[in-house]
Design a binder for this molecule. Structure first.
Ligand code: ATP
Ligand code: MG
Length: 188
């Protein structure tokens, strides 16, 4: 099985690129952000607790997303692998993922990072706020907190995966099709 991680700051275009990648390589796309938004829409207790954190630009607890990933791995069949989008986001999550895969004799195949500068993050998220209506995209303060959270808690994962020889990076500032081609080239 392949286990790809799509990495990058908020608004880098992970969700957009994940769809094309999942189709091309027959992978199950798992977006922790989408799973959490589904909990929020369904009005579950977990959703209520998560919404407060997400709308403040903070991460939900590691155990919550780790559980979501584990249950996907256990239940999804008939794919050639998984494409993780938005997970892991902390060192603790990265270690939990390694342990979970190790139980099945599996490893992370590769991490593909879509990079854009902070100024473009704000621009893009404000642009999609209108179209998608996400509460966490609506205020500049929340966007700024998400950027800060990314630099403090998620960016250290770059060194973690570089040290393991798994890290690949593409420039995310171009057109959607160009970024897609750049990603595909990194995966052959
Ligand atoms: P993109 O626009 O590139 O798809 P994003 O950061 O804008 O990325 P999501 O990945 O959908 O959006 O995440 C939305 C929010 O859900 C995060 O800001 C965070 O609060 C929460 N979240 C998602 N994944 C995790 C995770 N692995 N650990 C903790 N919290 C998470
Ligand atoms: Mg997303």
């Amino acid at each position: 099985m392949k286990y790809y991680i799509l990495f990058g700051p908020p608004g880098a275009g992970k969700g957009t690129q994940a769809m094309a990648m999942a189709q091309k390589f027959n992978l199950c796309h798992v977006s922790t952000g989408e799973l959490l938004r589904a909990e929020i829409s369904a009005g579950t207790e977990l959703g209520l607790r998560a919404a407060a954190l997400i709308n403040d630009g903070k991460l939900v607890p590691d155990e919550v997303v780790e559980g979501m990933i584990a249950s996907r791995f256990a239940s999804v069949k008939n794919v050639d692998g998984f494409l993780l989008d938005g997970f892991p986001r902390t060192l603790k999550q990265a270690e939990a993922l390694d342990e979970l895969l190790d139980e099945d004799g599996e490893v992370v195949t590769a991490v593909v990072s879509i990079m854009i500068p902070d100024s473009m993050i704000v621009e893009r998220i404000q642009g999609r706020a209108m179209k998608e209506g996400r509460a966490d995209d609506a205020s500049l303060a929340t966007i700024q907190n998400r950027i800060d959270t990314y630099h403090a808690q998620t960016e250290p994962l770059i060194a973690y995966y570089k040290a393991r020889g798994k890290y690949r990076e593409v420039d995310g500032t171009g057109a959607i099709e160009d970024v897609r081609e750049a990603i595909f080239k990194k995966l052959v």
